[in-house]
Design a protein around this ligand. Structure first.
Ligand code: AMP
Length: 190
């Protein structure tokens, strides 16, 4: 199986590149942000609770997202592999993911980290906010909070994969095609 973690701060291009990677490698896309937004749209209790945190740019509790990933893994027993987008975002999530995959006789192949400067991220997110309608993309203060959450809680997750020799950084600035080619090169070089 090819199991990829697509990593990077909000606005790094994880969603865009995931779409291309899932087509190219026939992977199942698991984005915790997308799953949470569909829970919000369906007005489930989980969605409504999560929305309060998401609107402030704060991470939702680990057990909530771990539970969601567990159900999606179980729902896709025949997958060739998975692309984890926006997950794991804490060390506890990374450890839980290893355990879930181990129980299925598989593991993470590689973490690919999209590297983009903070100024470029804010610019991209504000632009995306105009089109996507996502409330957390429309306010500069919330964007700052999300980047701060990323730097404090999520960036350390890279160390977890570096320690396993599974980390590769990729320049996240350039055309969508250029970045995609760099990602493919990293995957195939593994
Ligand atoms: P994203 O679409 O990945 O930018 O996620 C949007 C928001 O959903 C984040 O700001 C968090 O509030 C929440 N979220 C998404 N994925 C996770 C995760 N793995 N752990 C905790 N919170 C998450």
């Amino acid at each position: 199986m090819l199991n990829l973690v697509l990593f990077g701060p909000p606005g790094a291009g994880k969603g865009t590149q995931s779409e291309k990677l899932i087509q190219h490698y026939q992977l199942v896309h698991l984005s915790t942000g997308d799953i949470l937004r569909s829970e919000i749209a369906a007005k489930t209790t989980l969605g409504l609770e999560a929305k309060k945190l998401m609107d402030q740019g704060i991470l939702v509790p680990d057990e909530v997202v771990i539970g969601m990933i567990n159900s999606k893994l179980n729902a896709n027993p025949d997958a060739k592999g998975f692309i984890f987008d926006g997950f794991p975002r804490t060390k506890a999530q990374a450890e839980a993911l290893d355990e879930l995959l181990k129980n299925k006789g598989t593991s993470i192949t590689l973490m690919l980290a999209l590297e983009v400067s903070e100024t470029e991220l804010t610019k991209r997110l504000l632009l995306r906010g105009k089109d996507s309608g996502r409330p957390d993309d429309q306010n500069e203060e919330i964007i700052r909070k999300r980047i701060e959450e990323y730097n404090r809680k999520t960036a350390p997750v890279a160390e977890y994969y570096k320690a396993q020799n599974k980390f590769k950084g990729v320049n996240g600035v350039g055309s969508i095609e250029e970045i995609f080619e760099n990602l493919c090169r990293s995957i195939e070089g593994k």
